[in-house]
Write a protein that binds this ligand. Structure first.
Ligand code: AMP
Ligand code: GLY
Length: 431
């Protein structure tokens, strides 16, 4: 088969790497890809979000007889790429625009959870700043202020003081910093507990959980500093794995109270969901509650999850698309995986680019280690940095401790100016 992957980050590198292991795959293309992806796939210069990009991808898929397209990030899905590909009779893995609304509109997601009795934080929706401000002055703090639409991961603001809440409301609704995405806002109760990412494959009727994972969103150790796209992840989350056929309580609880009602509710509302669904959960003392839905693999969770997948990823994707997920058996390695993100100094604010990277070959040559590129490109034959999150160093081991040790050994071999990475990835699972 010929496969086209859409995206250019560490997640898409991990997807290409896993697809490459499939006996069903002959050639992989990636639009637009990056330097690391270019070593295992053919990069295609079509950038998601650029003018007419969906039409250009369709022409590329037709001209190159692509058998299956896989979408990495949410924006093309929210733009309806799946619907356009289907109209052109092309196979594509991911939810249609109707189902993608689950991530594209947080107001939709919250109301959907309410009407389907799916556990989530209490909330109110506002269309004007004045009533939102009156409301925050009447409720206990902290509160969470969220823009309705896609805001590149920046649309959620946790406010411990009333001034912060008012400033957040004004930024979104008066200064319009997120444009149309902030036309409506949600103000919700702030939940506490451990955060865990539960991803699942679904064919629209059945949903099969992957190994659970934990992201590390803040830039500095011990969850200090601003939020980022994710500074590392590990899988599985301790005491929580689909490995046991009878399941542990948490696994079953999430399946029964969250995943199945989500998939079933969407289908009943005429929004049948096919693809990967991501549940961002808070494990509160009153049980797991949904913080957010994503409509695709998480980044960097994907980089820690896919190395543990034993089953052929293409077979799983085809089973989802052909409504026969129940007929296949998905298996996982009895190992743990840990991913460290190497970032450019200054990220998530401004940072330098075009810094030469050394040590990649040595790190890549280590057993049970994979290096997935995120922001890299090639200049005069040398791999250089081209983004804030630059590389993902992933290692597998018999447990998180072993995976962590190996991943940090590999990370220590890699160098570029001002390189920054967290030293505490996985510690919450180990202590
Ligand atoms: P994002 O992935 O950008 O949507 O950011 C969501 C992040 O905000 C989550 O990973 C949580 O850390 C945090 N968050 C969102 N909603 C809540 C909530 N109700 N209570 C506490 N933290 C929240
Ligand atoms: N790791 C969080 C996300 O992918 O949205």
């Amino acid at each position: 088969m010929k496969i086209l992957v859409i995206g250019s980050g560490g997640r898409e590198h991990a997807i290409c790497w896993k697809l490459k292991q499939s006996k069903l795959v002959d050639t992989i293309y990636c639009a637009p890809g990056n330097d690391g992806i270019g070593q295992i796939a053919e990069c295609v210069n079509i950038i998601p979000g650029s003018p007419e990009y969906i039409q250009r991808l369709i022409h590329f898929a037709q001209a190159n007889k692509i058998d299956l397209t896989v979408v990495g990030s949410e924006a093309p899905l929210a733009d309806g790429i799946v619907d356009h590909f289907h109209e052109a009779n092309l196979k594509i893995f991911g939810p249609s625009k109707d189902a993608a609304i689950l991530e594209a509109s947080k107001v939709f997601a919250k109301r959907f959870m309410s009407r389907n009795s799916i556990p989530t934080a209490g909330f109110q929706v506002f269309k004007d700043a004045q009533s939102a401000i009156e409301y925050v002055m009447s409720v206990p703090l902290p509160v969470v202020v969220k823009a309705d639409g896609l805001a590149a991961g920046k649309g959620v603001i946790i406010c411990s003081r009333i001034e912060e809440a008012i400033a957040a409301i004004n930024m979104i609704m008066v200064e319009h910093i997120f444009g149309e995405a902030g036309r409506q806002i949600i103000i919700e109760e702030c939940l506490t507990g451990e955060e865990v990412s539960v991803l699942a494959f679904t064919d629209g009727e059945h949903a099969v959980q992957m190994v659970s994972a934990q992201d590390h969103k803040r830039i500095f150790d011990h969850d200090k500093g601003p939020n980022t796209g994710g500074m590392g992840a590990y899988a599985p989350y301790p005491g929580f794995t689909p490995q046991q056929p009878e399941g542990l309580p948490l696994y079953d609880l999430i399946q029964k109270d969250i995943l199945e009602p989500t998939i079933c509710g969407l289908r009943e509302e005429g929004r049948k969901y096919v693809g990967v669904i991501y549940l961002g959960l808070m494990l509160t003392k009153n049980g797991p509650k949904v913080l957010e839905y994503n409509i695709r693999f998480g980044d960097p969770e994907c980089q820690a999850i896919l190395p543990l997948l034993e089953t052929d990823l293409v077979e799983i994707m085809l089973a989802c698309m052909e409504n026969r997920l129940n007929d296949i058996h998905i298996t996982w390695k009895h190992l743990s995986a840990l991913c460290i993100v190497l970032a450019s100094g200054g990220y998530p604010a401004s940072y330098k680019k075009n810094l030469p990277i050394t040590g990649l070959d040595e790190a890549n040559a280590m057993k049970d280690v994979a290096i997935f590129h995120a922001g890299t490109s090639i200049a005069d034959g040398q791999t250089v940095t081209s983004g804030g999150r630059v590389l993902n160093v992933v290692a597998c081991g018999k447990d998180i401790c072993e995976a962590k040790k190996l991943a940090y050994e590999a990370a220590a071999l890699i160098r570029f100016d001002d390189m920054h990475y967290r030293k505490d990835i996985g510690d919450r699972a180990i202590k």
